[in-house]
Design a protein around this ligand. Structure first.
Ligand code: NAD
Length: 269
């Protein structure tokens, strides 16, 4: 039940591809808690889908922005400044890699695949924070989305894991830089969930099975789980939390060993 946690707050949401996107779950929760929102989209097909979704978001507006392009990012924030004189939060739920390099062993990642993954999946947080910070006149909160593959090897996650490790490190450095302005920067490490991007990972089914079986909560996360934790970090409830990587994974990261009797059949001995 909504209680106006973000009443009067204004936020930017980057990364809605469709109604399965983590960014969309977060946007719905933020709007329900009273936030005003603007969005980016990437290309005409996404614009059409977002326009349909935005009918659920009172006053929602959107503009094309490829976060990998400095001029588009500049134009996007110019547009935001024309709408609003200040903002309170940014949700960064953006990632990209050439899916071919998720099929190969990590060692085969090319320079181009490595750099483009790092650029879109990690550096864009830094670039967005640089533009957003001057608009956060009363302090603010910035969140992005990571995954456990940043901390431990997850088969097939490959260069995305390396980029997520960079994203989590960027979060800590941004927290230190922007802290004096009252801007908090945090990462949510979400458990696996079937979205457009996640579907590109070979073995997603296996990831989902593992996390359901071995998580302390014995289930997979939902978009709502992520959205509720996002609300905590974006609202004053998280006022003392910055530089944090909050696991929203039903506890999977806390496990050091399979539970007795749950090892996959081909690994049991
Ligand atoms: P999604 O496909 O719905 O969202 C990814 C978004 O990134 C898309 O909207 C896409 O347009 C956007 N994007 C990619 N390149 C971009 C660019 N150059 N400029 C602007 N936008 C760009 O998938 P999702 O699972 O909701 O992903 C959101 C975030 O959550 C990502 O950072 C992802 O790595 C992370 N995450 C996902 C899972 C999962 O299992 N789904 C788990 C942990 C973390």
């Amino acid at each position: 039940m909504a209680s106006g946690l973000l009443s009067g707050k204004r936020g930017i949401v980057f990364g809605i591809a469709n109604n399965k996107s983590l960014a969309w779950a977060c946007a719905q929760a933020c709007a329900a808690e009273g936030a005003s929102l603007v969005f980016n989209f990437l290309g005409a097909a996404q614009e059409k889908r977002l326009n349909e979704l935005m009918t659920e978001i009172p006053g929602g507006k959107a503009k094309n922005c490829d976060l990998g392009k400095d001029d588009e990012l500049e134009e996007f924030f110019k547009w935001v400044r024309a709408e609003w004189d200040s903002i309170d939060f940014v949700i960064h739920a953006v990632a990209y890699t050439d899916k071919e390099c998720l099929k190969e062993p990590f060692v085969n990642t090319s320079r181009q695949q490595f750099l483009s993954t790092m650029d879109i999946s990690a550096f864009t947080l830094v670039a967005a924070a640089k533009h957003a910070a001057p608009l956060m006149r009363n302090g603010g909160s910035i969140i992005s989305m990571s995954y456990y593959g940043a901390e431990k090897v997850v088969p097939n996650y490959n260069v995305m894991g390396v980029a997520k490790a960079a994203l989590e490190a960027c979060t800590r450095y941004l927290a230190e830089d922007l802290g004096p302005q009252g801007i908090r920067v945090n990462t949510i490490s979400a458990g696996p969930i079937r979205t457009l991007s996640a579907s590109a990972i070979p073995g997603l089914r296996n990831m989902l099975d593992y996390s359901q079986k071995f998580s302390p909560l014995r289930r997979n996360i939902t978009g709502e789980d992520v959205a509720r934790s996002a609300l905590f970090l974006l609202s004053d409830l998280g006022s003392g939390v910055t530089g944090e990587n909050l696991h929203v994974d039903c506890g999977y990261h806390a496990m050091g060993m399979f539970r007795e009797g749950t090892a996959p059949a081909n690994e049991a001995h």
